[in-house]
Design a protein around this ligand. Sequence first.
Ligand code: NDP
Length: 239
Amino acid sequence: MTGSASVEHTPRRALVVGASRGIGLGLVQVLLARGWQVTATVRDSARTPQALSDLREQHDNALEIMELDLAQSPAGLAASLGPRALNLLVISAGIMGPDHQRAEQASRDEVGELFDLNAMAPLRLARALLPAMAPESVIGFLSSRMGSVSLNDSGDRELYRASKAALNSLTRGFAVNEAIPAGVGVLNLHPGWVQTDMGGDDAPVTVEQSVTGLVSVLEGALGRVEQRFVDFEGQTLTW
Ligand code: NDP
């Protein structure tokens, strides 16, 4: 089936991981505006940013805020969600990692933290939450064009690139062996180069432009049980 017709008229529930700022926060805003029921996670709920608290006030029962440090076990979060409850899971949390000129200047701890957070943790979380995904739902991983091996023509940020390439590789196996057989689509998303704390002020794409595009891409993928590597304008990227 093509999906959108049947999905559109049912209540839709999304979980956005890493929603304290940047792209994650923007995704929550757009999803709420489009009528989604949203669970947003932050690392420390005692330090929930004002922007998210304001959204909760504006949208009453439609926004729930939960705590999740991506570096920790996702078992508690997984247990709190009912089976087949989510139509959308978006894992936005990520880090740039150490700012070394060359990869080998990074310590083992720095490499471990970067690869664990950007590649292993999203996989761990998606696996733990797969039973909570509804049929024809979508899991979106915030990857990056920089994680494409074929499109790497500058080689800067070696370790960050490699961590996103690792995310792409790990989630490919997850999609083929687990998500797709369970009826769940997977998107590896490039958000553009975006004006966030990570992207910096020189980035050409605003958060609003990026997240509006990303939500359209995610909504358009509901009911399409496949994996794609795609940017915020819907263009397919090579791996
Ligand atoms: P930001 O640096 O603005 O925000 C990062 C988010 O990740 C924050 O909400 C932060 O939470 C959260 N986070 C970091 N570590 C953890 C953790 N251990 N547990 C839970 N949450 C954590 O990044 P962006 O919004 O710009 O990026 C979002 C995603 O998009 C990332 O995966 C990034 O790699 C990717 N991306 C971004 C691009 C850009 O140009 N901005 C380009 C390509 C990809 P806290 O506030 O608690 O630190």
